[in-house]
Design a binder for this molecule. Structure first.
Ligand code: PRX
Length: 635
């Protein structure tokens, strides 16, 4: 029995049991058989969730790009590694073979080195979904620099915060980006951000849209001429297992974004192993994950997981609605995509459109469908299953997080019987627990609680960049000796897990994690605003949308409310990005608060969701009278 390739349900249970009985032996066997190491580890695992400190494959030496690229050159150098589908459906797709990818990554590595980047330096990558994004990411890994990819939909303020937090010395960007029928001035956003970042000495600029951008003397350099004159060879830097591979920011319920730090060896092993099994990957497949590389899904399941398996991974620059709502299905037909991995919000948006958009295309190449990022509702699950998978392609509802590095709970296709809205069973090596409010583990089935993980897995984030205390407080303090996910979950009668949603002040909008505090901070910057509170409410397509309750200062009371709403959303767009805009803004005279001054969000959530039949106990409020007033004026 090979642990690496799980073929049927019985085998899953055997492998799972083994992974729990002797985790070190289990992971050691996988690491040994499926990767190349410059030096073997001295110790498979050492861990302490109280410190917290977790180390996998300590003492080993490797470079992840050797595993993702070099080792495939001999056997599949001419196979497509990255299949780039541009925004414009009339532009040709680009097939980047493993050989070509090797060349491009080596050239980029040489350019970065020439620009003074070396091992351990942080590099910020702010690019659209074009091949240079994957190439730059891999080049950082090749030279041992730590990449920090920032999703190119974030605003200049959000970008500046991230650049400064990890002290990046170089930014890789493009003149602009295409988004459906529009173009976005990325370079302008970077220029604005860099007025707040003193540590950045160089920006490398990809010419994507051919716009006339201003190049700052001494700082900004066009990338292509540098690549053209760079050498095609670059010896990979040999890294320690625990050297950081990347930083990726995620929202917290309070304060600034958290720079989650992932390290090299464990992340590689876990991303590769989960990819192989959860997507039932086979040699001839054309795998497509529609996420952006600016999110963890793109890191693990567009770049590292697929390439470590020598797969063909599709990178799509555009959006599902351009030139029309058939674009996803047209791409599936054109490239004979075998696995499609997307988000519930995209499924819901496409399900609203005329079914002919789907039926016009031949989707018979599809074998496995995936979903990620938020709970999938039953209706969307069935639509996906019936119309896209034609009831023959299993849906893998994959639950995981930026912090976990890889998929944690998911069906294994053709093994695990699926159940709509259930992520089903833990992947080998993952030991979930449901906890009650008193910190006790809830055993047995048909129970619900707070989802924790009891034992380390190879790709758990090792720290928060520059703030280890926050790492400890956020993930390891709520429950003793456990990693706390921030999610609630239930376990059904057979032990299947269903994720019910966040139990903290993080709201997931269209699959994007948004903390309430940073949005409230942005709103409070408006000169007419005294105070604000944000909650989520159910939305047909986005899953959740944002509802803001805003108290105006006296100076704002007489102002045109519609205008104020626009201005507030403008401030949010500038501070965070358009993804954090509010759908509804209600101006109120007060916010329900406890006697200790804490806003009772539970009540505000119910009002926004029009679920006021049972508001719960309001007697402990400092100001119960505001509740009725807010209810009377709800939007
Ligand atoms: O609440 C869970 C939700 O997304 C959160 C993690 O968000 P992020 O770090 O941005 O990573 C998203 C991509 C891995 C989780 O805490 N979530 C993710 N996948 C699912 C999900 N909720 C329900 N079902 C899922 N399949």
């Amino acid at each position: 029995m090979s642990n690496y390739n799980i073929k049927h349900f019985e085998e899953y249970f055997q492998i799972y049991r083994k992974s729990v009985r002797d985790p070190e032996l289990f992971w050691e066997e996988i690491a040994e058989e499926h990767f190349i190491w410059r030096k073997r580890w001295d110790k498979v695992l050492s861990w302490d969730f109280n410190k917290p400190e977790i180390k996998w494959f300590e003492g080993s030496k490797l470079n992840i790009t050797e595993n993702c690229i070099d080792r495939h050159l001999r056997t599949k150098g001419d196979k497509t590694a990255i299949l780039f589908e541009p925004n414009d459906p009339n532009s040709p797709a680009e097939h980047i073979t493993y050989k070509k990818l090797h060349e491009r990554v080596c050239r980029m590595s040489n350019v970065l080195k020439e620009q003074g980047v070396s091992k351990g330096d942080r590099v910020c990558i702010y690019l659209p979904m074009i091949p240079e994004l994957a190439v730059a990411t891999l080049a950082c890994a090749r030279i041992g620099a730590i990449h920090s990819v920032v999703f190119a939909g974030f605003s200049s303020t959000a970008l500046a915060t991230r650049i400064n937090d990890s002290d990046c010395k170089i930014v890789i960007t493009s003149d602009g980006s295409y988004r459906g029928g529009k173009t976005i001035d990325l370079k302008g956003i970077v220029d604005e951000a860099l007025t707040h970042c003193n540590g950045v000495s160089t920006t490398l600029v990809v010419n994507r849209i051919g716009s006339d951008v201003e190049m700052k003397e001494g700082r900004d350099k066009w990338l292509q001429p540098l690549l053209d004159s760079a050498s095609l060879q670059f010896e990979p830097e040999i890294m320690d297992a625990e050297d950081p591979l990347f930083i990726l920011y995620t929202s917290g319920s309070t304060g600034k974004p958290k720079g989650m730090v992932h390290s090299t060896a464990g992340y590689m092993v876990y991303a590769a192993y989960t990819f192989k099994n959860i997507f039932n990957y086979k040699e001839q497949d054309v795998y497509w994950c529609t996420a952006d590389i600016g999110w963890i899904t793109g890191h693990s399941y567009i770049v590292y997981g697929p390439l470590a398996n020598g797969a063909t991974t599709v990178m799509f620059e555009g959006v599902p609605s351009y030139p029309d709502f058939g674009r996803f299905w047209q791409i599936v037909e054109k490239h004979k995509v075998t696995q499609l991995y997307t988000a519930p919000t995209a499924i819901r948006a496409l399900a609203k459109e005329n079914i002919e958009f789907v039926e016009n295309y031949d989707l018979s190449s599809l074998r496995v469908l995936g979903t990620v990022g938020e709970p999938i509702n039953e209706e969307a699950w069935h639509w996906y299953n019936d119309n896209v998978g034609k009831k023959k392609s299993p849906i893998v509802d994959t639950w995981w997080q930026t912090e976990t590095g890889g998929i944690m709970i998911s069906p294994i296709p053709f093994c695990t019987p699926t159940k709509p809205t259930y992520a089903t069973l833990p992947f080998p090596g993952i030991q979930p627990a449901l906890m009650d409010e008193n910190g006790e583990e809830i055993k047995g089935n048909q129970v619900d609680g707070r989802l924790c993980i009891k034992y380390p897995w190879p790709s758990i984030a090792r720290t928060i960049w520059g703030d280890h205390q926050r790492y400890k407080d956020t993930y390891f303090s709520a429950f003793k000796n456990m990693y706390f996910t921030g999610d609630g979950a239930l376990r059904d009668e057979v032990g299947y897990y269903r994720i019910t949603g966040r139990v903290d002040d993080v709201i997931i909008v269209s699959g994007h994690n948004l903390g309430t505090a940073p949005i409230e901070d942005a709103i409070n910057e408006h000169p007419a605003v005294a105070e604000s509170a944000i909650v989520g409410f159910p939305h047909d397509i986005k899953g959740n949308a944002l509802y803001g309750y805003v108290i105006l200062k006296e100076s704002g009371e007489s102002r045109d409310h519609d205008n104020l709403r626009k201005e507030i959303n403008q401030i949010i767009t500038e501070h965070i990005g358009p993804i954090a805009k509010l759908d509804k803004i209600q101006f109120v005279n007060g916010l329900p608060k406890t006697r200790s001054g804490k806003i009772m969000r539970r009540i505000l959530r119910k009002i926004a969701g029009k679920d006021t039949a049972n508001l719960g106990d309001t007697s402990t409020l400092l100001n119960p009278e505001v509740v009725q007033e807010i209810m009377d004026n709800v939007l």
